[in-house]
Design a protein around this ligand. Structure first.
Ligand SMILES: CCCCCCCCCCCCCCCCCC(=O)SCCNC(=O)CCNC(=O)[C@H](O)C(C)(C)COP(=O)(O)OP(=O)(O)OC[C@H]1O[C@@H](n2cnc3c(N)ncnc32)[C@H](O)[C@@H]1OP(=O)(O)O
Length: 242
């Protein structure tokens, strides 16, 4: 497994040097400098689709869940490198009542943490949502740059994946939320480059409070790696965050 990860790393290093790389909108490829930027420049590519860096396990799981999407009971959730799309930036600013602390030019350089690594080296994941069951499943593969103990996934990386899965579950049910509390029990370490499944469930909604829980299991479901619960608070339009 680690050997295939190393091969992917070599391939990615070669790919990284190719010209015309538009992964960082606003940057001149190869110049190392940032040019002035307009949001219209963003050509967002859906990151939650198969890539060469995906392992066979991740591809098989992806196919399995795409099959479940065919009758409409499950939906694949697209995912982008920014936390927003070109058309929603004004809505987001209005929603947060001007309390986004970054200037627009810097905002244009900001990236969703989990989509900031090069393909295969960081977080590779796809989420699927079942509206009737209020469940979100995240299939994910933590790459070589997410190491904690030698050969294993960093606990903070796993906590991040849990946070975005639980947060997405709350968000698809109730709109924009922020994490107020996360409680995670690490039971068995996750081997680096392996694939795990985060199964989350919306347990309860009390006013603006969304209570969500999850477990993290190996692909063969034999190993329970982690359990977690989270509290997410629905944001109120116009209420400043800071
Ligand atoms: C149009 C916009 C669209 C945007 C779309 C963008 C698309 C993004 C797509 C990417 C997907 C990402 C998914 C999200 C996952 C990442 C989340 C983060 O990292 S987030 C980053 C990390 N997180 C942060 O940085 C958050 C920092 N914290 C905060 O900003 C605020 O504390 C708050 C917003 C969480 C709540 O503030 P506030 O609105 O003023 O709330 P109140 O004081 O009024 O309380 C309301 C109720 O909640 C209770 N309650 C509250 N807190 C707690 C608690 N800890 N413990 C227990 N309970 C708590 C409180 O007792 C009350 O209960 P009750 O009396 O009604 O019964």
């Amino acid at each position: 497994m680690l050997r295939s990860c190393a091969a992917r790393l070599r391939t990615l290093r070669v790919l990284r040097r190719q010209p015309g790389d538009a992964r960082l909108p606003g940057s001149q490829p190869g110049s190392g400098k940032l040019r002035s930027f307009s949001f219209e420049d963003v050509t967002e590519k859906d990151q939650a689709l198969p890539k060469p860096s995906w392992s066979k396990d991740l591809r098989l799981l992806f196919d399995k869940f795409m099959k479940k999407c065919e009758d409409g009971s499950w939906k694949r959730l697209p995912s982008y490198k920014t936390s927003y799309t070109t058309s929603t930036i004004q809505d987001i600013r209005a929603f947060f009542s001007g309390s986004i602390p970054l200037k627009e030019e810097l905002m244009s350089q900001a990236r969703l943490f989990t989509r900031s690594f090069e393909d295969g080296l960081g977080f590779e994941y796809v989420m699927f949502y079942n509206d009737d069951e209020k469940r979100v499943v995240c299939i994910c593969q933590g790459g070589l740059y997410l190491q904690g103990p030698p050969g294993f996934l960093h606990g903070g990386a796993l906590a991040t994946l849990i946070d975005i899965t639980l947060g997405t579950n709350a968000m698809v049910a109730g709109g924009p939320v922020m994490t107020a509390n996360l409680d995670i029990s690490f039971k068995r370490p996750v081997p680096l480059c392996s694939v795990v499944v985060i199964n989350s469930q919306l347990d309860k909604v009390e006013g603006r409070k969304f209570f969500v829980s999850c477990n993290v299991r190996s692909v063969d479901e034999q190993t329970l790696h982690t359990e977690g619960t989270g509290l997410f608070i629905k944001l109120e339009p116009g209420k400043s965050l800071i």
